[in-house]
Design a protein around this ligand. Structure first.
Ligand code: SF4
Length: 342
């Protein structure tokens, strides 16, 4: 069952309704100080982020560590509370849902984390791990073992694994078990948070091929969060580049990789040739990233930007449509708009 809330539903289930629409989302964390724990400020981990994910689409979300991408994923999963903005799933604003409707929604959005060793209960066997959610949602018909064996088959593992425990498997196999668990609830969207980052390159490729195959078979959508642009470029239809809590560029993967517009995206691509299969490491751009508790005035990237102009230090750039993608940078404003700002 999909969540129902007629007041907030926008043309539900139509082909045009994005599976996920995020509008002006903010997730801020208060900074408490002093004897009485007064709020002295906020860490703006996610700060006015908007994007959509269509059905059967993969959106890659890339950026340096600390840019807010994991907090964004956790907010979508309901693990962090949004400070402002809206999240629409299948046309329904989740802020309008009651607890029971929210619980029902949870099965449609699943997650695969980076470290399966810490996300799989070491005291549970594979059958119980994979079918735990099915039991919670009362979705088991027939035997648990049959369900678990079928799901293991979907992720390329032997049904004999059902009675074994997580420590008996390799990292790649454990991640396949995590994927089987996510798949068990027949989700529409899976958030993959650094899901292949801890794996060897050859195993990464196998898991990505598995995710691509499952996407076709189940019409899944993915939000693929990673610091590894080469991995993202192998799986994502579109890429969103995040810097200090905000998306600075979003567009088709081929456009982003071959012709990055934003100076931050350009720096990432230049420092990390995708063909070389290298990762986005911290500090690939000159200088340290400022704190999300006190982001710079104007463009947040200006202290590190090689193309900074006077206007960048004072005025936050607006998001612009440019060549079929969105970029947030003064470089792409019309000369008339720039006039008088510098
Ligand atoms: Fe650089 Fe200015 Fe563009 Fe920011 S707005 S990325 S500082 S050129």
């Amino acid at each position: 069952m999909k969540p129902k809330s007629e007041n907030s539903r926008v043309n539900p289930h139509s082909a045009e309704t994005p599976l996920l629409a995020v509008r002006n989302l903010k997730t801020w964390f208060p900074i408490k100080r002093g004897l009485f724990s007064m709020t002295a400020g906020h860490v703006r981990a996610v700060d006015d982020v908007s994007f959509i994910i269509s059905r059967n689409e993969t959106l890659g979300l890339v950026g340096e560590s600390g840019c807010g991408k994991t907090t964004l994923g956790r907010t979508l999963l309901g693990l962090e509370r949004a400070t402002a903005g809206d999240i629409l799933f299948d046309g329904t604003s989740i802020s309008t849902l009651g607890r029971r409707q929210m619980n029902r929604l949870r099965r449609h959005i699943q997650v695969v984390f980076q470290d399966p060793m810490s996300s799989l209960n070491p005291r549970m066997n594979v059958m119980d791990i994979i079918t735990e959610g099915l039991e919670q949602f009362g979705m088991i018909e027939g035997s648990k073992q049959e369900h678990a064996a079928r799901l293991l088959g979907e992720v390329g593992m032997s049904p004999d694994a059902v009675f074994r425990y997580p420590h008996e498997f390799s990292g790649g196999q454990r991640q396949r078990i995590s994927i089987a668990r996510a798949l068990s609830l027949k989700p529409d969207l899976i958030i993959c948070d650094e899901a292949v980052s801890a794996l060897d390159v050859s195993v990464q490729a196998q898991v990505i091929n598995l995710l691509l195959g499952l996407q076709k078979g189940h019409r899944l959508s993915y939000l693929f969060i990673s610091h590894d642009l080469s991995v993202v470029s192998n799986i994502a239809d579109r890429v969103a580049v995040m810097y200090l809590g905000q998306i600075v560029e979003i567009g088709k993967t081929s456009d982003i990789v071959q012709n990055p517009l934003h100076p931050y995206t350009r720096a990432l691509i230049a420092a990390v040739p995708v063909a070389g299969g290298k990762k986005i490491e911290d500090n690939v751009v000159r200088g340290e990233a400022p704190s999300p508790a006190s982001p710079p005035e104007g463009c947040r990237f200006h202290p590190r930007c090689p193309e900074v102009m006077a206007v960048c230090r004072r005025v936050p750039p607006a998001e612009l449509d440019r060549d079929g993608r969105k970029v947030t940078c003064h470089l792409y404003e019309q000369p008339a708009a720039m006039h008088g700002r510098s």
